[in-house]
Design a protein around this ligand. Sequence first.
Ligand code: SF4
Length: 215
Amino acid sequence: MMTKISKDTYCDILCRFFDAHFLDAKCALEYQKDYELVIAVMLSAQAKDERVNAVDKILFKKYPNLKSLKDANINDIIDIIKPLGLAKTKANNIKMIASLLLDECGGVVPHDANYLLTLPGIGNKAKNVILIELFNDEEFPVDTHVYRVSYRLGLREETDDVIRCENKLRKFFSNHSYKKLHHQMIAFGRTICKAISPNCQNCELKDYCRYFKSR
Ligand code: SF4
């Protein structure tokens, strides 16, 4: 935080700003079934959500259930998901996730953080996204937008990794919905506080922004 105001006041300012501009922010990944979200989150590694949505439409139309994904020809999946990059690894992950969810979980994504972390391609951030979307858990996934915005707004230090950043965000916003703030910070990062050429001139938070003050 850059100005001399209390933590509570700053928290209030940020929450009011996010509610005023991004009240309806939500998950950009589209899914109909629980396992589709798991696969979509895995596919979104190093790929834009819009591209994942476009690819998923084709993938889940051709393979409409876990059994068909498990039995799918790997080269066919690779062809479909090629626009997302890392296609061979991701195709293997899709088949493995389908197989594990069918064989070990009765075809249902379990509400179990530790189990989710055992699925291929599912790391801590992906696990947290699944938990907030499918189970409304109070997790605070830190993606590239949340990480960047957190630094600029003084909510973490430059040397903090994503886990430390997540812990600081949890503490700072302890009385608020992590899920809502996660989506709001992503929306803010995508539309205003972009990685390159953020729209600082029109940003209501510039008085609190270390990036703005350092330019
Ligand atoms: S002033 Fe610029 S860098 Fe700072 S929060 Fe606003 S848009 Fe982001």
